[in-house]
Write a protein that binds this ligand. Structure first.
Ligand SMILES: Nc1ncnc2c1ncn2[C@@H]1O[C@H](COP(=O)(O)OP(=O)(O)OP(=O)(O)O)[C@@H](O)[C@H]1O
Length: 467
C-alpha cells in the first residue's frame, strides 16, 4: 500500500463543518467525516473508548449517501456490525444486511437479504434488487455471498478494524475504491492462538500498519466515563489525551437513591459503605483481598475463585438495595469458569427479585464496545492459583477494555500481591491513589466471610480464553 494521495479539494471544509447534518458532532468527529469524503485512497478513525465512533460513522454514512455514494459496511463480528447497524436503523437509513438470519440482531430482521428477497421470483428481479442496494453490510467473513461477485462500492467502512487480522481485512477492501478503518489499537487485538504465529507478527493489523498522523483522525473527547474513571484510563493507556465531552460528565456520580437511608439504618457494613459509596472520590475502588484469605482454583479448564464470587454477590446485593437497577450494572472477569460461577450464584441468590438475570456477567471480550453505569471486575487469581500461566492478565489491552466500560463506578476485586506480578497490573497498582485501595481484613469494618458450601462449577470448554 503506497502513501496516501492528497485529498480531493472538492468540498470547501468550512461549508461542510457548517452543514446541519454535522451539527451534533464535535470538531474531531466533523473532521473525520470530512476527511472520509475527501479521501483519495483511505483514512483511519482512531476512536478511544466512548468517543462516539458509531455516532460519527452513522453520520458519515448519511453524508456519503447524500452525495450518491455506495457503501459497504463491515466488521469482524456480528455483534460489532449490528451495533453500528442498529444506529443506522434508528436514523431511518436503509441498508441490506447480508448474513445468516439466526446470527443477526432481531431488530434488523427486516433488513436482511433473506427478508428483502422473499418477494423476488426471477433472476432479473434478484439481480436488480442486489444492484440497487446503496448500503450493504456483512461481516468480513460473510463476503462470499453472490452479491459481492457482481458489484463494487465507492467506500468500504471497516468497524472495530483493530480486531481484524490483515488477511481478513483485505477481502472487503478489494471491493471498493476508498476505505475507512475505524478502531482503537489500545483495545482488544485479533485472537491468534498459535504462539508461533504471534511471534511472526500475525497479530499486527492493517489498522496498526496504516495508522499515521497524516491519514488518521483521533477522537479523544469521550461521553462515557466520569473524571476519576477517565483519569485511570489516561494514566494507564491514553497519556492524558482523553477528555470529558462536558463539564457535567467530569463530576457525574452514580445515582443510588436509597444509599443514605441504608447507611443511617446501619444496614450496610462500614467496609461495604466504602466499596459501594456513590461519591466521586470513591468512583474507582480496588478491594484488595490479599490479607483476607481465600484462594482460586482450577475449575475444569478455567480458573474460579469462590471467595471473590461471593464478594461480588454481596456488592451486587447492596447496590440493588441502594436503588441501582440490575441492567445498569455489569460484572467482568477474565475467566470463563468465574463467569459461570458468578452467574450461577446470582441466579440462586437473587431469584426472588428476578434481577439476577438482568445483571450481565461476561468476559472482557464480550464487553468491548459496551458500557454500564457500574462495573465490578473480579480478577480471580490469588495465592495458590499462580501455577497456571496467566496470558490473559498480562494483556494490557484487555485490562484497558475492562477498566473503560464503567460510566460512574468501577469496583475492582483482586489480590494485590498476586496481581502485581503481572506487568499490566503492576502499572495499575502504581497509578491508583491510596484512597482508591481498600484492604479487606476479616474482623475489620464489619467484614467476615460468609461460610457457604462451594458451588460446583466445572468449565468444560477447552480454553480459559474468553469468547
Ligand atoms: N458529539 C457528541 N456530543 C454529545 N454526545 C455524543 C457525541 N458523540 C457521541 N455522543 C454520545 O456518546 C455516547 C457514546 O457514543 P457511541 O456509542 O457513538 O460511542 P462509541 O465510540 O461507538 O463507543 P465504544 O467506545 O463503545 O465503541 C452516546 O451516548 C452518544 O450519544
Amino acid at each position: 500500500m503506497g502513501p496516501p494521495r492528497p485529498s480531493r479539494n472538492v468540498w470547501p471544509p468550512r461549508c461542510w463543518t457548517a452543514s446541519p447534518m454535522l451539527a451534533h458532532l464535535n470538531v474531531a468527529q466533523k473532521r473525520a467525516v470530512i476527511r472520509a469524503l475527501a479521501a483519495e485512497d483511505y483514512m483511519l478513525v482512531q476512536g478511544f473508548p466512548g468517543t462516539g465512533k458509531s455516532t460519527t460513522l452513522a453520520t458519515m454514512v448519511r453524508v456519503l449517501l447524500q452525495l450518491g455514494r455506495s457503501i459497504l459496511i463491515t466488521a469482524y463480528t456480528n455483534t460489532a456490525l449490528d451495533s453500528l447497524l442498529l444506529k443506522l436503523h434508528k436514523l431511518g437509513i436503509d441498508f441490506m444486511r447480508v448474513g445468516r438470519s439466526d446470527r443477526v440482531h432481531p431488530d434488523l430482521a427486516g433488513h436482511t437479504d433473506q427478508a428483502r428477497t422473499c418477494q423476488v421470483s426471477t433472476v432479473e428481479e434478484l439481480t436488480e434488487l442486489y444492484a440497487s442496494q446503496r448500503v450493504v453490510a456483512a461481516t468480513c467473513l460473510g463476503l462470499n455471498h453472490s452479491i459481492f461477485s457482481r458489484r463494487t462500492f465507492d467506500v468500504c467502512i471497516v468497524d472495530e478494524a483493530a480486531q481484524v487480522l490483515q488477511v481478513t481485512a483485505l477481502g472487503p477492501l478489494f471491493m471498493c475504491s476508498t476505505f475507512v478503518l475505524v478502531g482503537d489499537d489500545k483495545q482488544l487485538p485479533p485472537v491468534v492462538r498459535s504462539e508461533s504465529a504471534v511471534l511472526h507478527g500475525m497479530t499486527e493489523t492493517l489498522f496498526e500498519r496504516l495508522c499515521r498522523p497524516e491519514v488518521t483522525i483521533t477522537l479523544t473527547e469521550q461521553y462515557r466515563m466520569n473524571g476519576p474513571i477517565m483519569a485511570l484510563a489516561n494514566l494507564l493507556t491514553y497519556n492524558n489525551q482523553l477528555t470529558c465531552g462536558t463539564p457535567q460528565l467530569e463530576k457525574a456520580t452514580l445515582d443510588l437513591p436509597h444509599y443514605q437511608r441504608l447507611v443511617e439504618k446501619g444496614a450496610v457494613a462500614p467496609w461495604l459503605q466504602r466499596v459501594v459509596a456513590p461519591t466521586l472520590e470513591e468512583a474507582v475502588v480496588l478491594v484488595d483481598t490479599a490479607g483476607a484469605g481465600g484462594e482460586a482454583r482450577v475449575g475444569g479448564s478455567s480458573l474460579v475463585n469462590h471467595w471473590e464470587a461471593r464478594l461480588v454477590i454481596v456488592v451486587v446485593r447492596t447496590l440493588l438495595k441502594a436503588g441501582l437497577s440490575g441492567s445498569d450494572m455489569g460484572i467482568i472477569t477474565p475467566y470463563r469458569g468465574q463467569v459461570k460461577l458468578v452467574r450461577k450464584l446470582l441466579a440462586k441468590e437473587l431469584k426472588e427479585e428476578d434481577v439476577g438475570k438482568r445483571v450481565e456477567v461476561n468476559t472482557v471480550d464480550q464487553y468491548q464496545g459496551r458500557d454500564k453505569m457500574a462495573i465490578i471486575c473480579s480478577f480471580v487469581r490469588c495465592g495458590k492459583s499462580n501455577d497456571k500461566p496467566a496470558g490473559i492478565l498480562t494483556d494490557r489491552r484487555r485490562l484497558n477494555v475492562a477498566l473503560t466500560r464503567a460510566k460512574r463506578k468501577l469496583i475492582l476485586i483482586g489480590d494485590q500481591v498476586t496481581l502485581t506480578r503481572y506487568t499490566s497490573f503492576s502499572c495499575l497498582m502504581k497509578v491508583l491513589a491510596p484512597h482508591q485501595v481498600y484492604c479487606l481484613t476479616p474482623g475489620t469494618d464489619g467484614f467476615q466471610w460468609e461460610e457457604e458450601e462451594e458451588e460446583e462449577c466445572q468449565d468444560t470448554e477447552a480454553t480459559e480464553l474468553e469468547k
